[in-house]
Design a protein around this ligand. Structure first.
Ligand SMILES: Cc1cc2nc3c(=O)[nH]c(=O)nc-3n(C[C@H](O)[C@H](O)[C@H](O)COP(=O)(O)OP(=O)(O)OC[C@H]3O[C@@H](n4cnc5c(N)ncnc54)[C@H](O)[C@@H]3O)c2cc1C
Length: 323
């Protein structure tokens, strides 16, 4: 038998499987030994009151085990060798997901990236910090994984207008991100894991017959009779097919090229940010109302801020655990 239940418990009960089982045994009126498996479907922390609570949505398996304990709904990526091809320029989040989506649609992606693979790129970023040397094609903005590849990989948005992002979270989990991202109200992948997730996505693309070319900077579009037929890259070679430009906001040379080729573009409103740093212990103490900080069972606390100044919105964009 399976029971789906929403409960509100202390962080300790939420974090200790035996205590959680005992709590559920009471609530459901069943012997604790009869509870064979508990799947967490949703988890959020409510720190509004002095006693911090954890809200859990659970599926409880009584006297039976689930057929499959994984929460991931994987996409079935099939081979696309020999199919028609499309070119994706840029292996940031937009380009990687475009390539995966092309495979889902039975189209072979040719992914062209000006920078290096996510591991080699790490060395170039270290050189920036150590020697002040910047490789113009392999740096914080350019290279496999794109602009945020070495950031925290936070996956939540305040925007309601983009529809469900569930499928995206499942694709990340399918490629090695923790299943916690499918459960937590504020999911994040973590800087330590993001490069491996990116590599796994690249492997899916190649395994299905797609191509990934690093150190391949697109310098021009091939346009015939007003129609894009392909791209030219820095060494003069060409790739033919429909083109998806996923070059991110830092590729100014691309926008100059588009402008010179008469491609219509329009400016987009932008927000300007500053970085604020507080010690994580301070944020934990304030948010969790405790001198001891977050303790054993709570994650690094976070906050958001939203106000208006001179009729403009001022808001916190994101927070890194660690302060
Ligand atoms: C420090 C930092 C932390 C961030 N943290 C988060 C976070 O936690 N969560 C979150 O959701 N967002 C975060 N972001 C924002 C996020 O990284 C961006 O929104 C996202 O990277 C945009 O994706 P994109 O694919 O459109 O562009 P980009 O990531 O900019 O990728 C574009 C890619 O195109 C390549 N390229 C450019 N020109 C060419 C060319 N001519 N030929 C071939 N390739 C080319 C580039 O090398 C790059 O790899 C962060 C950004 C930064 C800088």
């Amino acid at each position: 038998m399976q029971e789906t239940i929403d409960i509100r418990v202390t962080p300790k009960v939420a974090g200790e499987p035996m205590l959680l089982k005992a709590d559920l045994s009471n609530r459901l009126g069943v012997d604790a030994n009869a509870i064979k498996h508990i799947t967490i479907i949703r988890r959020s922390i409510d720190a509004r009151q002095r006693q911090v609570m954890v809200n859990l949505s659970l599926k409880v398996y009584i006297n039976e085990l689930p057929d499959n304990t994984s929460l991931v709904r994987p996409v079935d990526y099939r081979p696309v060798d020999g199919s028609r091809q499309a070119i994706v320029v840029g292996a940031g989040p937009a380009g990687l997901f475009a390539a995966l989506r092309l495979i889902e649609l039975g189209i072979k992606p040719i992914l062209l990236e000006r920078g290096k693979d996510v591991d080699s790129r790490r060395k170039d970023m270290a050189a920036i910090a150590r020697e002040g040397v910047v490789d113009p094609d392999s740096n914080y903005c350019f290279g496999e994984g794109g602009a945020g590849a070495y950031s925290d990989g936070k996956l939540y948005t305040r925007s309601k207008k983009r529809g469900s992002v569930d499928k995206i979270l499942h694709i990340f989990a399918q490629h090695g991100a923790s299943e916690d991202i499918l459960v937590d109200a504020h999911p994040h992948i973590g800087t330590d894991k993001l490069p491996d997730v990116i590599k796994a996505m690249r492997e899916t693309i190649i395994r299905c017959g797609g191509e990934v070319h690093f150190a391949t900077k697109v310098t021009d579009l091939i346009i015939e009779n007003g129609e894009v037929k392909g791209v030219t890259v820095a060494d003069g070679s060409t790739f033919l097919g429909p083109v998806i430009l996923a070059t991110g906001h830092s590729a100014r040379d691309v926008y100059r090229m588009l402008h010179s080729r008469g491609v219509g573009m329009e400016p987009k409103g932008l927000a300007i940010g500053v970085r604020l740093e507080h010690p994580q212990q301070l944020i934990d103490r304030l948010r969790y109302h405790s001198k001891e900080g977050r303790g054993k069972y709570l994650p690094a606390a976070e906050y958001t801020m939203l106000t208006r100044v001179d009729n403009r919105a001022v808001y916190s964009f994101c927070m890194c655990p660690g302060g």
